[in-house]
Ligand binder design. Structure first.
Ligand code: GRG
Length: 297
């Protein structure tokens, strides 16, 4: 019952993000129309909004009002949307379906997809800078927040994880390297989402570390469940191509379905354990971990 009402709270936060996102983009009628339309297309549709919900839930936990942090959370979703557009390109995952619709490069062409992805990333940075300026937390500067995001996305973060995912010969991949790849490719943005929420709410440094630990384990578990859905899901349920990972080394390949499920559960256990100092205040984050454990899309 409690979990059900918390799930409702998370769904409300996701809806707020959904409603706000289009308003943060230039009008699709404005030049260059194809790029603006592609940005909107990439950002909307049936996304789960897990990362911005994490930002909002963390910020609220440390005393910020969701309305004050909404644009910051939307910036996190813009970075994620950018990464999906790039990841789907023929030179990367070569995917045809995303959120139940043709991928951005199939709908708008490859050059427009690239430009739209870069424009989303730029918009995200300007929103983080503006939000940080308006929120002006005492413990963190705007530069801290912008640098934090930049480091999470850069070659030692998300881009680094993606690069190794694409470039490592399958024979060289063991569990340690796979964990490195996914904790960067997926975990780094989860960490930044949580940490930016905590910084926006002026959380203490030790709370920032707690959030980072939670989000890192949540992000890695989320990626493992993504690998599992690639094997166990259908295009209708998950809204994207399945068996995309067939030629790749994944957690499911290395550990089997049962082993990957057990590892995801263990990581979510670590994530939830790290919330202990928060007591019941941490319940929305526990509900998020529960969502990741049981997600079917
Ligand atoms: C410069 C931001 C940037 C990226 C360049 C392409 C790239 C480097 C990185 C790809 C990172 C990536 C797409 C990782 C996969 C993470 C993942 C599990 C995606 C699926 O996320 P969901 O399930 O998707 O949250 P929805 O559609 O629900 O938002």
């Amino acid at each position: 019952m409690v979990l059900r009402s918390l799930a409702g709270t998370l769904a409300d936060l996701a809806e707020r993000v959904d409603r706000r996102l289009p308003a943060l983009l230039p009008s699709a009628e404005q030049r260059p129309e194809p790029v603006h339309r592609a940005m909107l297309y990439a950002l909307t549709g049936a996304g789960k909004r897990v990362r911005p919900v994490l930002t909002l839930a963390v910020a609220e936990l440390f005393g910020a009002r969701p309305a004050a942090v909404l644009d910051l959370a939307c910036a996190v979703e813009m970075v994620h949307a950018c990464s999906l557009v790039l990841d789907d390109l023929p030179s990367m995952d070569d995917a045809s379906l995303r959120r139940g619709r043709p991928t951005v490069h199939l709908a708008f062409g490859e050059s427009v997809a690239l430009l739209a992805a870069l424009a989303l990333l730029n918009r995200a940075y300007s929103l983080v800078a503006e939000s940080a300026h308006h929120l002006s937390p005492k413990r963190y500067t705007s530069e801290d927040m912008v640098h934090h995001l930049a480091a999470a996305i850069g070659s030692e973060g998300l881009i680094g994880g993606q690069a190794l995912d694409l470039l490592t010969p399958p024979g060289d991949l063991d569990l340690e390297l796979l964990e490195y790849i996914h904790s960067h490719k997926t975990g780094a943005l989860f960490m930044a989402a949580g940490e930016l929420g905590a910084m926006a709410a002026d959380a203490r440094r030790r709370d920032l570390e707690l959030v980072a630990r939670f989000a890192k384990n949540l992000g890695l578990a989320f990626q493992i469940s993504d690998d599992l859905l690639d094997v166990l899901g259908t295009p209708e349920t998950i809204g994207k191509d399945v068996h995309q990972d067939e030629g790749k080394v994944t957690f499911v390949k290395l550990l089997g379905v049962g082993g990957a499920q057990a590892l995801a559960a263990e990581l979510l256990g670590f994530a939830v354990d790290s919330l202990a100092p928060l007591g019941r205040k941490g319940d929305p984050l526990r509900a998020l971990a529960h969502f990741v454990q049981h997600r079917t899309r």
